[in-house]
Design a protein around this ligand. Structure first.
Ligand code: ZN
Length: 486
């Protein structure tokens, strides 16, 4: 395998942090994680706050002095973070609160069991989103893979539940109109932020959720889904998942119908999400994508060799593609050997690495809050996003880089995907009609009103049934149980 964990990087990460507790005076923070700058490594200069701040100031005199604003002490990371997050919406790529609403409330919002304005257990509520200065959220409308993989041919409950998750997400957003605003365009997300609301968008976490049907992709797009992860932790008719490869299965990459799905998603303007897919799937998609791709919640494989992350060659392809990798906060992806000891610094490591290989234009955040029980020390819930910005700044990131991370990148990428779709549509490209090759179609009845002679002849010889008469009524319209099927 081309990409392996770098021992020197591992050591540097292990050495570069200390956990001081409790140091903070800020309310509920019981633990503050602070980095110890290192002078070694190819990009370690960025971790040296004073040097980095000096370089940043020299390169951009206005880095810490925005128009109409008072100058800020460059080491006042909290104030710099506040200014950044007031200037651009912080948009998280992946939160599973709709799944919590499903399993805990059976999608009932009206019985008063939960007030999302109050502090809840778990990772997400509106109070803590405000504390965390969240400006936009892609809500995942996740539904399980079917254990028997029946979604290939019998997708009914998976698709039904997906429709219900779209419904509950939109109803949840509409339930809090002062705080939240449903959005299905990048411009809407910017507008919601300007009006002081948190934009709420919808993402589908796996091609199994559309029953291997491209027509269903079109329908969930019409219902508001703006990204679809090609797979979750199961293969489907579109692509191979990372979990299959992790279990020793073959990496067949993007499958025949997957090429059609990507083509259609590009035509629609639906973001193609490569989190959860196998590495070959990532490469295959990047080889044919006609628009930027996203990773809604993944990291850098060269920092931690988990198959959920993007290897360096993929990060370079994403750079060419104009896409984005939104860093995930899940412990077992951040620290495979000791998940419980994963910290906010591990997330920072992934962000710096993605930026190093793909550019700062590539980075975003996709927490997976409310979708995983395991979150890093220092990033316990949605209120902690600003802490991540402070740590990144302390390690040398500039305000402009933080603006890109927060929301500028995903909004630009999304906007470019929307524009690309309009260009494709302007060529007259028709909706894609490819289908899963194992698809069974209803055969119809012998006495159906066929449109084509061949169909009628085929039905006559194929032994198909005739339309049953179901009502058991006589010629007078009276019920008569003796009248059976004709
Ligand atoms: Zn996921």
């Amino acid at each position: 395998m081309a990409d392996t964990s770098s021992p020197s990087l591992e050591r540097r990460r292990a050495d570069s942090r200390t956990i001081d507790e409790p140091q903070s005076t800020e309310g509920e923070r019981s633990l503050t994680v602070r980095s110890r700058p290192q002078a070694s490594g190819a990009w370690s200069w960025v971790r040296y706050p004073l040097v980095a701040a000096g370089v940043a100031l020299a390169l951009s005199p206005l880095a810490f002095l925005w128009p109409g604003e008072n100058p800020i002490d460059p080491t006042n990371y909290a104030e710099r973070t506040r200014r950044v997050l007031k200037s651009i919406p912080l948009i998280d790529g992946h939160n599973d609160l709709p799944w919590q609403i499903r399993i805990e409330l059976h999608n009932r919002l009206q019985d008063g069991r939960v007030d999302f304005n109050k502090k809840l257990l778990g990772h997400t509520d509106l109070q803590r989103m405000r504390q965390g200065m969240v400006g936009g959220q892609f809500w995942s409308v996740y539904v399980d893979c079917d254990d028997q993989q029946k979604h290939f041919e019998d997708p009914s409950w998976v698709v039904r539940d997906t429709l219900e998750q779209i419904d509950i997400t939109r109803r949840f957003i509409n339930e809090y109109p002062e705080d939240l605003q449903y959005c299905d365009t990048a411009a809407c997300a910017r507008g919601a932020f300007a009006s002081g609301r948190i934009s709420g968008m919808i993402g589908i976490e796996g091609g199994h959720q559309v029953g291997s049907s491209i027509a269903t992709i079109r329908q969930v797009y019409d219902l508001g889904a703006r990204y679809m992860t090609l797979t979750h932790n199961c293969d489907n008719a579109f692509a191979t998942s990372a979990s299959t490869v992790a279990a020793g299965g073959p990496d067949d990459g993007l499958l025949k119908l997957g090429y059609a799905a990507v083509k259609e998603m590009n035509r629609l303007g639906m973001m193609v999400d490569l989190s959860h897919v196998s590495h070959k799937t990532m490469r295959d998609v990047l080889g044919v994508a006609r628009a930027p791709v996203i990773f809604s919640h993944s990291g850098a494989y060269s920092v931690e060799p988990h198959l959920r992350h993007a290897p360096d060659d993929v990060l370079r392809l994403v750079k060419q593609n104009g896409g984005i990798v939104m860093a995930v906060f899940v412990n077992r992806f951040l620290n495979m050997k000791n998940p419980d000891s994963a910290t906010i610094h591990d997330v920072a490591d992934h962000i710096f690495r993605i930026a190093e290989v793909c550019g700062w234009e590539c980075v975003g955040m996709g927490s997976d809050f409310s979708g995983t029980p395991e979150v890093p020390i220092g990033l316990e819930d949605v209120s902690k996003f600003p802490d991540l910005f402070e740590i990144l700044m302390e390690r040398g990131a500039t305000d402009e880089q933080m603006r890109m991370l927060a929301g500028e990148n995903i909004l630009r990428v999304w906007g470019n995907i929307e524009r690309r779709a309009l260009e494709i549509q302007a060529t007259g490209e028709k909706p894609n009609e490819e289908e899963y090759e194992g698809r069974n179609w209803h055969k119809g009845l012998k006495n159906a009103p066929w449109m084509l002679r061949q169909s009628r002849e085929k039905a006559a010889t194929s032994g198909g049934a005739e339309e049953p008469y179901m009502f058991n009524v006589d010629g007078e319209g009276k019920h008569n149980p003796l009248i059976k099927q004709v």
